[in-house]
Design a protein around this ligand. Structure first.
Ligand code: SF4
Ligand code: SF4
Length: 160
């Protein structure tokens, strides 16, 4: 439960996802569950696809028709609360996640896939790592994840 252990229940997580057919193209998922004064996600989106409105405490809402899955909001969110996801085929989903730990993963490596409770659930392939000056030290890591974990995967952990 979000309010007791910080882990959002599945119903809450699913409330942030669009219908599955929309995920055939990459879309941003904002896991921002508190009313906080924050809006870089909305101001950084070049496609005006995230709406917060006049009250900055309002939780962001993604217009999935406008969202291209570019990933710009992912590294602009100070709470690391956004990722993008695309259902590639019946086998794999592609995520772009924010990552601030060091050392960074490298393309081609296999890392562990972790769920919202911090548990390892699968293995994932690192496809790409992007870190530009405009990212303010938040890397954008592109990861290939088995599609059955599309609603469970949230981050990566180096295998030891
Ligand atoms: S992924 Fe790109 S288009 Fe979609 S909401 Fe984020 S910044 Fe906007
Ligand atoms: S930038 Fe991140 S933390 Fe701030 S409102 Fe947007 S999703 Fe929430």
């Amino acid at each position: 439960m979000l309010n007791t252990n910080g882990v959002p229940e599945k119903k809450l997580v699913l409330s942030k996802f669009p219908d599955r057919e929309l995920l055939l193209k990459p879309k941003a998922i904002t896991e921002c569950y508190e009313d906080i004064p924050c809006n870089p996600c909305a101001t950084s989106c070049p496609f005006d696809a995230i709406y917060i409105g006049e009250d900055i405490n309002t939780q962001p809402v993604v217009d999935f028709e406008k969202c291209t899955g570019c990933g710009i909001c992912v590294y602009n969110c100070p709470g690391l609360a956004i990722f993008t996801v695309q259902e590639l085929d019946s086998t794999n989903a592609r995520f772009k996640i924010p990552f601030e730990l060091r050392p960074l993963p490298e393309k081609g490596e296999t890392w562990s896939g972790v769920n919202r409770a911090g548990e390892i659930i699968t293995e994932v392939l690192i496809e790409k790592v992007s870190l530009k000056a405009t990212h303010d030290k938040t890397a954008l890591v592109q990861v290939l994840v088995p599609v059955e974990y599309i609603n469970y995967f949230i981050t990566i952990r180096r295998q030891i």
